[in-house]
Design a protein around this ligand. Structure first.
Ligand code: NAI
Length: 412
């Protein structure tokens, strides 16, 4: 049977490999926590170069270009956790990572403010008809007119999805004098004087600007189609900076050509170019009243800095204390400090009997357990045991032999 990898908390030995030019804010957080073996590279690595480097790393930080496949993870014997310094995590084989006892973290909320600011700016530009006036001016046109140009003060902003971005936007829009209504499938406490509405249709009928902030799910797939566009107030505007699948883009293009809507601002598309070298194709191209942006709602220098801090802090917490809350693939455990005790972390296959065998190790060796925490997620279990320092070497060695063990660590 292969020996399950063991890691200790000797910080000088723990290696962090950061790829793809992760913001220096991450390095600052790691150094402040006492970690010194940090290698930060500006770009992504080829698969072969990555396999060689990752074999020696306890933690790896990536952005969207590094693919961590099951094959690569099989060559990452020492790897404890992966930090995705971005929002998406589909570049990592999450299941393969879990089955190897590797926790994956990301930064889902670091760019909330960036998205909310863009949506607010677009609301003002759309209500003034600026996109079409701007496009005409670039061609030598001069559309000086107050027709169909409105202040946003007093207008109704309809927010679909009242989560991190929706609520932030709600506060900012009210501060500019907008009325805010929102629709969410979950009952949410309104910010300020925002009002929940019972149905999407109700929101569409009342809002001067409809803005979408829902996740990509079966229920949100094409949630704005021909019927919903027809249910919007004539002369209103639509903003989508959520996910490309949420709006039927062909139906939107038709509604705009029919002049039913004043305009739209779209940041996310069903088909997005995979790189800046590819051509962007969309039925919305050429419609002057539409602001088209290349999925940059959350892309700001500040967001990158916040992402660096958020993910590095999660890695430090997991490394120092075993806390795995907000991991996207791993059992989530929030742990207290463990002064005076050594903490054993045991990651195992989630099959009947493992916990009984772990506890047997302690009773057979007459080791007193000060605290124990267990959480499981799909195929993997994560048990944390605080014990007297004097016994941790013996206990760790025996725990590594428990059948089903994926990985063990001791923190002190
Ligand atoms: P969140 O999870 O905090 O909020 C989503 C809200 O939508 C929740 O309150 C949820 O209850 C609600 N919801 C879910 N299904 C719904 C449905 N069928 N109808 C109505 N409400 C529903 O998410 P967050 O952080 O506010 O992000 C929102 C969206 O923005 C996500 O799709 C995310 O991928 C996207 N996003 C886009 C960025 C960009 O660059 N354009 C950057 C960051 C996020």
């Amino acid at each position: 049977m292969p020996v399950a990898p063991k890691t200790s908390t000797d910080k000088a030995k723990i290696k962090f490999l950061l790829l793809e030019g992760i913001h220096p804010s991450a390095i600052a957080v790691l150094q402040a926590a006492g970690y010194t073996r940090i290698e930060s590279l500006p770009g992504a690595l080829s698969d072969e170069a990555l396999a060689l480097k990752i074999a020696d790393a306890h933690f790896v930080g990536i952005r969207s270009r590094t693919q961590l496949t099951a094959e690569l993870l099989a060559r990452a014997d020492k790897l404890v956790a992966i930090g995705c310094f971005c929002i998406g995590t589909n570049q990592v084989d999450l299941q393969a990572a879990r089955e190897r006892g590797i926790a994956v973290f990301n930064a889902p909320f670091s760019n909330t403010r960036s998205v909310a600011e863009l949506v607010l700016a677009e609301s003002i530009l759309l209500m003034r008809g600026i996109p079409a006036k701007n496009a005409a001016a670039h061609r030598g046109g001069w559309q000086k007119s107050a027709d169909d140009a409105y202040e946003i003060r007093g207008k109704t902003l309809g927010i679909v999805g009242y989560g991190a971005i929706g609520t932030q936007l709600s506060v900012m829009a009210e501060s500019l004098g907008m009325q805010v209504i929102f629709f969410d499938v979950v009952s949410k406490l309104p910010m300020g004087t925002a009002r929940p509405v019972a149905t999407l249709r109700e929101l569409l009928a009342q809002a001067d600007i409809v803005t979408l902030h829902v996740p990509e799910t079966a229920a949100t797939n094409a949630m704005i189609g021909p019927d919903e566009l027809a249910a919007m107030k004539p002369g209103s505007a639509l903003i989508n900076a959520s996910r490309g699948s949420v709006v039927d883009i062909g139906a939107l293009a038709q509604a705009l050509r029919d002049k039913r809507l004043l305009g739209a601002a779209i940041d996310v598309f069903p088909d997005e170019p995979r790189s800046n070298r590819e051509i962007f194709e969309s039925p919305l191209r050429g419609l002057d009243q539409v602001i088209l942006t290349p999925h940059v709602g959350g892309s700001t220098v500040e967001a990158q800095e916040n992402i660096g801090i958020e993910v590095a802090e999660k890695l430090v917490k997991y490394s120092d204390n075993g806390t795995s809350t907000s991991s996207v693939n791993f059992p989530e455990v929030a742990l207290p400090a463990h002064p005076g005790h050594h903490r054993l972390l045991h990651i195992h296959r989630n099959v009947p009997g493992v916990l009984a065998q772990i506890n047997q190790v302690f009773s057979d060796n007459r080791i007193n357990i000060a605290a124990q925490f267990l959480q499981t997620r799909e195929s993997v279990g994560y048990v944390v045991i605080d014990i007297d320092a004097a016994h941790s070497d013996v206990a760790l060695a025996k725990l590594a032999d428990v059948p089903g063990t994926l990985r063990t660590r001791v923190l002190f």
